[in-house]
Design a protein around this ligand. Structure first.
Ligand code: HBI
Ligand code: FE
Length: 284
């Protein structure tokens, strides 16, 4: 019962103990299954820094990782730690953790009935998807800055806009490498089907990252993305965001102009014009 997703924390920072000894053999087996599926698929698809992070943290040693073990190495590499939370935590709590280089990770794992789709962030999404890149020094700094920016956005009442930046980078970002487009977003990395769709399917648009364009773009939380934004490097992403004053940007966003998830707009640096066939096939 300990890894129930309805568990509540009695601490102000919403953390809980991971209670690693209480995972069942079947829960460990679900991790192994998901881990094997994704690591078979990701070489040549995930950005090399993701593969390096998976190895550095030894996330495939067998069974659900123990956060105490992850943290020894992660702290040494970039000063980040992983803390366990029951499920989603409030925005301000989430941002405060990030701003302090703590990544809140769900402690529960999905069941066999929901291997391919789960709405809440579970331990596989959070640890397999998010944590490898926290070993990359630039990305690690970007995540901390996002937490600080989230706290600032709240004071501008622009949190809903800033959330699109997290969505289209940290969760669903693509990166250009010399060998072609690669995945770095955790929402893609932790999904068998989207790991293929995001790179190979003719349906979605792939557009070069532009901060204001991204902040103006709505996103889907219920299905594959209709547009993926492509960065050139984590340095580039860092410069284009952390190195930018958001105040004038937030002021412009008050015009209310927003783009639908599948739209291409004037000024886009388009890498792939998507057919949107997949999204259209879902419209009833
Ligand atoms: N809580 N545990 C958890 N994980 C998240 O990814 C998360 C959250 N709370 C809020 C939140 N994300 C969003 O507000 C941000 O991604 C914008
Ligand atoms: Fe996530």
């Amino acid at each position: 019962m300990s890894h129930n997703r309805d568990r509540v924390s009695d601490r102000p920072d919403f953390t809980v103990d991971q209670d690693w000894p209480l995972y069942t053999a079947d829960e460990h087996a679900v991790w192994d299954l998901l881990y094997a599926r994704q690591t078979a698929l990701l070489p040549g698809r995930a950005d090399p820094s993701v593969m390096r992070g998976l190895e550095a943290l030894n996330l495939g040693r067998g069974g659900i990782p123990d956060f105490r073990v992850i943290n020894e190495e992660l702290t040494r590499l970039t000063g980040w730690t992983v803390v366990a939370v029951p499920c989603l935590v409030p925005d301000d709590v989430f941002f405060r953790h990030l701003a302090n280089r703590r990544f809140p990770a769900g402690a529960f794992i999905r069941t066999r009935d929901e291997l391919d789709y789960i709405q809440e962030p579970d331990i596989f999404h959070d640890i397999f998807g998010h944590v490898p890149l926290l070993t990359d020094p630039v990305f690690a700094d970007y995540m901390q800055a996002y937490g600080e920016g989230g706290l600032r956005a709240r004071s501008f009442d622009r949190l809903a806009d800033l959330a699109a930046l997290y969505w289209y980078t940290v969760e669903f970002g693509l990166i250009e490498t010399e060998a072609g487009l690669r995945i770095y977003g955790a929402g893609i990395l932790s999904s068998l089907d989207e790991s293929r769709f995001a790179l190979d399917d003719p349906s979605p648009n792939r557009v070069r990252f532009d901060l204001e364009r991204v902040l103006r773009t709505r996103y889907r939380i219920d299905d594959f993305q209709q547009t993926y934004f492509v960065i050139r490097s984590f340095d580039d992403l860092f410069r284009a965001t952390v190195g930018t004053d958001f105040a004038p940007l937030y002021a412009r966003l008050a015009d209310g102009v927003r783009h639908a998830p599948g739209d291409l707009v004037t000024g886009d640096d388009v890498i792939t014009t998507g057919s949107q066939a997949y999204a259209q096939s879902k419209v009833t």
